[in-house]
Design a protein. Structure first.
Length: 507
C-alpha cells in the first residue's frame, strides 16, 4: 500500500500544476457539452480535439483528453433525459427511465441522480484502477474470443428482463437488431451481405447512433405528436436549492445498485473491445431483473438512471487499464488516446509504469480531480439543462429534429444515414404502438458485431467445435449465468401463476 500512496500523492500534486489543472478544467467543460450533443460523443470529441494537444506537454495533453472523455460520460445523460435522445451509445440505457422522469416534471431528479451515480461510479473505478491495475491486467489477458462471446450472451440474457412477461416480443426485438448488425461487409470474407437493392450506403453497415437517434429522437417525437396533437403540457420543473437537497436524499434508494453497477462496469470496461456501452446495458438489465418492482422500470425509476450511469463511467476508467498496462485499447476512445500517446513518444505497456511513472501517476491523479470537477459542473448547470424542458413543443420539436439530422449525419457524413434514421424513426414509432420493446433492438445492434466476431474467431480456432464454449471455465461460467438469467422471468411467471391459482382455490 505504501508503494501506491506515495506515487499517487505525487501524481495528484502534478495534476494540480497550473497548466495541467487548466487543461483538466477546460477538458471537463468541453467534454460535458460534447457528450450532451447527439451524434458527437467522446470518440468524435477526443478525435477532433487531439491536434490541440500538440501545443502542450504530453502529460497535460493526456490529462486534457482524459478529462474530455470523462466529461462526455457525464454529458451523455443530459440529452438522454431532457430530449430523449442519447448523446452517445453509452447513454442509451439512461433514456429508458431518465426521459419518463423528465416527462413527469422530475428532470432535476433524473439529472442529479445521473450526476451522483456517475461520480460514485467514477470514484470507485479510479480507486480500483489505482489498487488493482497489475493483477486486473493479467486477468484481462485470459479473455480470448470464447470468453468475449460468452460475455455478450450474458448481456443479451440480462436484457430479456426488459421485456417483462412478454419474452417473445423481447426476443423478436433482439433479432431485429441482430439483423441490422449484420448489414455491411462480412468480417471474414469481405463480401457484401444484406445490401438491399445494391445500395452503396449499406456497405458501411448500420451505425448505432443512426438507429438510436431514429428510434429515440424521431420515433419519440412522432409518438408525442400523435398522443398530444402538438398540444404538449409543459411540466413545471423546480430547480431550487431545497429541491436539490430533496433530490440528494434519494441517493439511499439507488446507492447499493450504484456500487455494484460501478464494479460491474469497471470489470466489463477492462475487457478489450467491450467498453462502456455493454456495461451500461448490462447494469440496467441486472438492476431491473433483480428489482423488487421491475414493472416500474421504463416508467421513471431513479434506479434505472443510476445503474447505467454508474456503469458507463466506471467502464470508461476501466477501459484505460488495458491501454496503459498492455497497449490494448479497451474502447474506441481509448484507441484514439493510445494513438496520441504514441505520437508523443510514449509506448504504452507494462514498462510504462517504470519508464514514465510521472506520466502514469499524473494521469491517475488527474482522474480523481476530474471526477470532482465534472460533478460540480454538472450539478451547477442543472438549472440550464432543465430550462430546455420549459420550451413549448412547437419550439422544442424543430430543435429535436435538427439535432437528430445532425446526429444521424455526423458518424459517416452521408445523407444515406439521414434517410435511414427517418425510417428507423417510423419503425420505432410503430413498435411502440404495438407494445414491442425497442431497447433490446438497440442492444443487439451494439453488441451484434462484437458477438459475431468473437463467435467466428472461436469456431475457427476450434475447427467448428461448439463445445469450446463450455470447455473453458470462464466461458462456461458466463453462459451458465446467462441461462439462469434467461430462465428467471419464466420461473418467476410460473411461480406467480401458481400463487394466483392457489389464492383462487382458497377463495
Amino acid at each position: 500500500m505504501e508503494t501506491i500512496v506515495e506515487p499517487l500523492l505525487t501524481g495528484i500534486a502534478q495534476a494540480f500544476e497550473p497548466i495541467n489543472l487548466m487543461m483538466l478544467v477546460i477538458g471537463c467543460l468541453i467534454g460535458l457539452f460534447v457528450g450532451a450533443m447527439p451524434g458527437l460523443g467522446s470518440v468524435n470529441g477526443v478525435a477532433i480535439l487531439l491536434p490541440v494537444t500538440f501545443l502542450v506537454p504530453p502529460t497535460a495533453a493526456i490529462i486534457f483528453l482524459a478529462a474530455v472523455y470523462y466529461g462526455a460520460m457525464y454529458g451523455g445523460a443530459v440529452s438522454s433525459i431532457t430530449l430523449g435522445i442519447p448523446g452517445a451509445s453509452t447513454a442509451v440505457a439512461t433514456v429508458f427511465d431518465g426521459r419518463p422522469l423528465a416527462q413527469k416534471g422530475k428532470a432535476d431528479l433524473a439529472l442529479v441522480t445521473a450526476a451522483i451515480a456517475s461520480f460514485i461510479g467514477g470514484t470507485i473505478s479510479v480507486i480500483l484502477f489505482t489498487l488493482f491495475a497489475p493483477p486486473l491486467a493479467e486477468f484481462a489477458l485470459k479473455f480470448g474470443p470464447t470468453e468475449e462471446f460468452a460475455l455478450m450472451v450474458l448481456a443479451f440474457a440480462t436484457f430479456i428482463g426488459l421485456g417483462g412477461d412478454d419474452i417473445p416480443k423481447t426476443v423478436f426485438s433482439i433479432l431485429i437488431g441482430l439483423v441490422c448488425a449484420t448489414i455491411g461487409l462480412d468480417i471474414i470474407s469481405g463480401k457484401p451481405r444484406l445490401i438491399f437493392f445494391d445500395i452503396d450506403g449499406f456497405l458501411h453497415g448500420v451505425n448505432f447512433l443512426v438507429l438510436a437517434i431514429g428510434i429515440y429522437g424521431i420515433g419519440e417525437m412522432l409518438w408525442t405528436l400523435e398522443q398530444t396533437k402538438g398540444d404538449v403540457q409543459v411540466h413545471k420543473v423546480t430547480s431550487t436549492f431545497k429541491s436539490f437537497i430533496e433530490n440528494l436524499k434519494q441517493v439511499r434508494k439507488y446507492f447499493v445498485t450504484t456500487v455494484w453497477g460501478s464494479v460491474l462496469g469497471y470489470f466489463v470496461g477492462i475487457l478489450p473491445a467491450a467498453g462502456a456501452t455493454p456495461a451500461s446495458l448490462m447494469s440496467y438489465g441486472l438492476a431491473k431483473t433483480f428489482s423488487k418492482d421491475p414493472d416500474s422500470f421504463g416508467k421513471g425509476n431513479v434506479v434505472g438512471v443510476a445503474a447505467p450511469e454508474s456503469a458507463n463511467n466506471a467502464a470508461s476508467t476501466g477501459s484505460m487499464l488495458p491501454m496503459i498496462t498492455l497497449g490494448i485499447p479497451g474502447s474506441p476512445t481509448t484507441a484514439i488516446l493510445l494513438g496520441g500517446m504514441i505520437i508523443w513518444g510514449l509506448r504504452p505497456g507494462p514498462l510504462l509504469f517504470s519508464e514514465h511513472p510521472e506520466f502514469v501517476w499524473g494521469l491517475i491523479g488527474s482522474l480523481y480531480i476530474a471526477n470532482v470537477f465534472t460533478l460540480l459542473f454538472n450539478l451547477a448547470l442543472i438549472p440550464v439543462f432543465v430550462r430546455v424542458l420549459t420550451l413549448k413543443f412547437t419550439i422544442l420539436a424543430p430543435m429535436i429534429f435538427i439535432l437528430c439530422v445532425v446526429g444521424g449525419y455526423v458518424p459517416e457524413q452521408t445523407l444515406h444515414d439521414v434517410w435511414l434514421m427517418f425510417i428507423f424513426g417510423v419503425v420505432g414509432y410503430l413498435l411502440r404502438k404495438l407494445n414491442y420493446p425497442v431497447a433490446p433492438a438497440v442492444l443487439a445492434i451494439v453488441l451484434g458485431p462484437l458477438a459475431e466476431r468473437s463467435l467466428r474467431q472461436s469456431l475457427l480456432g476450434s475447427q467448428g467445435d461448439v463445445m469450446v464454449f463450455i470447455e473453458r471455465p470462464l466461458s462456461a461460467l458466463f453462459i451458465g449465468i446467462a441461462i439462469c438469467l434467461a430462465l428467471y422471468p419464466v420461473a418467476a411467471g410460473l411461480r406467480a401463476r401458481r400463487k394466483a391459482a392457489a389464492e383462487a382455490g382458497q377463495a
